[in-house]
Design a protein around this ligand. Sequence first.
Ligand code: G4P
Length: 564
Amino acid sequence: MNHPELAAEVARRRTFAIISHPDAGKTTLTEKLLLYGGAIRQAGSVKARKAARHATSDWMEIEKQRGISVTSSAMQFDYKGGFDQSQIVQEQFRLKNAPGCADGSLGYRINILDTPGHQDFSEDTYRTLVAADSAVMLIDNAKGVEEQTVKLFRVCRLRSIPIFTFINKMDRTGRDPFELMEDIESVLGIRSCPVNWPIGIHGDFKGVYHRDTRLIELYTGGDHGQAQVNVETVSIDDPDCPAKIGQSYYDKLLEDIELLDVAGDAFDMDKILAGQLTPMFFGSATNNFGVEPFLNRFLAYTRPPTPRVAEELGPIAPGDEKFTGFIFKIQANMNPAHRDRLAFMRVCSGVFEKGMTVWHSSSDSRIKLAQPQTFMAQEHESVETAYPGDIIGLFDPGIFRLGDTICTGSPVRYSGIPLFAPEFFCRVSPEDSMKRKQFLKGVSQLSQEGAIQTFKRPNIGREEMIAGVVGVLQMDVLEYRLKGEYGVNITRENLPFRFVRWVVETPRPLDRLRLTSTTAIAEDRAGRPVLMFENEWSIRLACENNEGLVLAETADRMNADELE
Ligand code: G4P
């Protein structure tokens, strides 16, 4: 089959996730991106839709009670706008090796992967990042880099994906922008390169200066929350500029810019695309300020889908006509009356067509993909065709496993999705010991689905089952689902561990390692040795006191057939 449009469709795709700490403004920014993309006419509808869904759906009780969404999803929309590259006057910002968008008339097709961030933070949030080509790191200007951002950043780092920083809430008093740059470097270990720069912060925000075009976008304040705004711009070289922003702010801006030009990192596309340098933007999502210039530049600078590495075959280019994709998330139907699940697939190469017959890696058989769904901004829609970078929801009668590859033609396997270290641990057991069999079946099923991980301590002298999760709410999900789907009530006993590390290499048997008294030796579901720690200090000590001990924060996922 010949698809002349494939290359153009790949070039215009941008698939990314927004990583942030709760309350930094992710919902607001997402909504504004949809607004500028024309996918919604009035901001506020994403939040409203969330609320409506909670009111009407038969989704699990926990969700309803807490008013949050337990699972993440994807949103797709088209964006015609673009970056007028002729406006770039600064040599260092010229789009030399930036990927660009092949056909301007088509515009971009954007896929935003939602990374749940409140109490519903879970391993799914990390797994979603495996399907993204780049990330937007959203930071509250008053708070700087926060804990959850650090965790998500580390997963992006593992994959060396480009990370673009948006410093939000500039309409409010916040930290000094140089201090924020330092914070990003000291906490995350990545250098930043401001593309625009705020003028007059500390509660008197005047606007941002775009270093690439030498234009200042003036902040007018007021309530622009609901609709797109037309902003006034003035060139920094315009004689009226000092009067427009105030002489003292103008002088300070010139000083800051000089400092950035002389002492700051140059805008280096190779480093950005390799995830070694983060372009930095300032704005205010609620006020729609700085959102559009950010979006335009982000889309122009960041990359379209890139090749993915398949075992044995090596990288497969998205433009390859062979269709390939992989499953990165499986969402169980929380209604116990419906056992069906939704598997989220990321298209990696070729063209996906509805009803196509594909090879499926974990069953090593050919299957027909029924009822595929795509996630448009407003609704789930039935999908006819999809291209690399797109996310498709597949009806799953229980055949898909995380990391499964799906493809046409001869079999290929993409490297699997790793297990990420859980941070909350509970000893779990059935209330009624007669139900142990159902209990074990349920726990095994849920760990296969990726909802939890299980561990045990071989030396503890009695049989135990430790459940480990990335987000604490998953423990409630475990209890709820074991009861609802397997008829088993469980007892939970919290354990004090906060970190688990897989032992990659050890200089001597684990029980002869020099470890703090609170560190436990255990094994994962596949029988691989792990150490469980209560704090980071104990991890550091374990490495310092045992030369040759190599620990890992992630591990390969073993499929059920490999475990038996
Ligand atoms: P999240 O998804 O990252 O958790 O954050 P969300 O968008 O829900 O925003 C968290 C709070 O921060 C919201 O206030 C939101 O209005 C506010 N916010 C987001 N962007 C900006 C900004 O640019 N400037 C200022 N000043 N505030 C911002 P809230 O009071 O919790 O909710 P709401 O009543 O405003 O909806």
